[in-house]
Design a protein around this ligand. Sequence first.
Ligand code: SF4
Ligand code: SF4
Length: 314
Amino acid sequence: MDNSLGLSGMLLRIEKSSIHDGEGLRTVVFLKGCNLHCLWCSTPESHSDRVELGFDSLRCKSCDACIKKCLSKALSRNCDGRIVLEQGRCRLCFQCQQDCPSRALLFYGVKVSVKEVLHEILKDEVFYFHSGGGVTISGGEPLLQAKFTCELLKGCKRNGLDTAMESSFNVPWQIATGVLPYLNTLFIDVKHSDDNIHEQITGTKSAMILENIVRADSSPELFELVLRLPLIPGLNDDEHNLCATAAFAASLTKLKYLEVLPYHRLGSATYTKLGLDYTLTGLPTPTISYVLDKCRLIKSSQPDLPVKCFSKII
Ligand code: SF4
Ligand code: SF4
């Protein structure tokens, strides 16, 4: 057996039939672990590279069956009545979850092999064929598990599948470059063009990310590049940043389009389940006309730049 198929990685989840993460119908493989912490992140359960326990207090019937079931004494209640997991004690037997009568316990993350994920991906081969779709590796940050991601992409390629990866590219170039030969499309977020503001809103400077994008763009590999701008009102949607981002995107030779992703709050409930605070509580989601105005501003600064928003390229 090919040893690389036995390589294991930390998976968050696999979503089937996605239409938002590349061409056609796609299977999206979300990996766990991220080295950015964007204030608006909609998948806080992807931040840690370890298995985590989520607790849905709205579902919990306070029966304490989970606490009694746990032979490792890894579960207890804190003073707010929240179920708390002591990671160091947990043996990941999942008995507590199975005994919960109300599905109030959620485990985020599971160790899987490349072979297991490939097996799951190939179940939908016929849908990729008919829709022009394929596989997208996402996260978290797939390049924090670069060997696993690389072997998974190679396996997809061996089976003739279209491949894409969503990455922040916030890793040293030697790591970023390894996956490029196995990609059809590379999606990278550009969250702010100013290094200091980027650090304030994501926890990390942007210099390495931008440098990696430029190096990838001039590499001999044949993938297409999609830059994505998460549009967060008041944080990165001022005219100066929009025009700087547009100019950067327009300078790239492999660019397919710049995609504007309007701010949404879909992941905010997961913060509560993990016992975390959602920082942007007071920030309303932008209206369609607000977003379109911002797209027109981008377009007016770079008329030849393809800009995608709400599934349309303008
Ligand atoms: S998974 Fe097993 S060890 Fe971990 S908290 Fe649940 S019952 Fe305890
Ligand atoms: S078993 Fe489920 S319902 Fe009962 S206390 Fe634990 S989380 Fe709550």
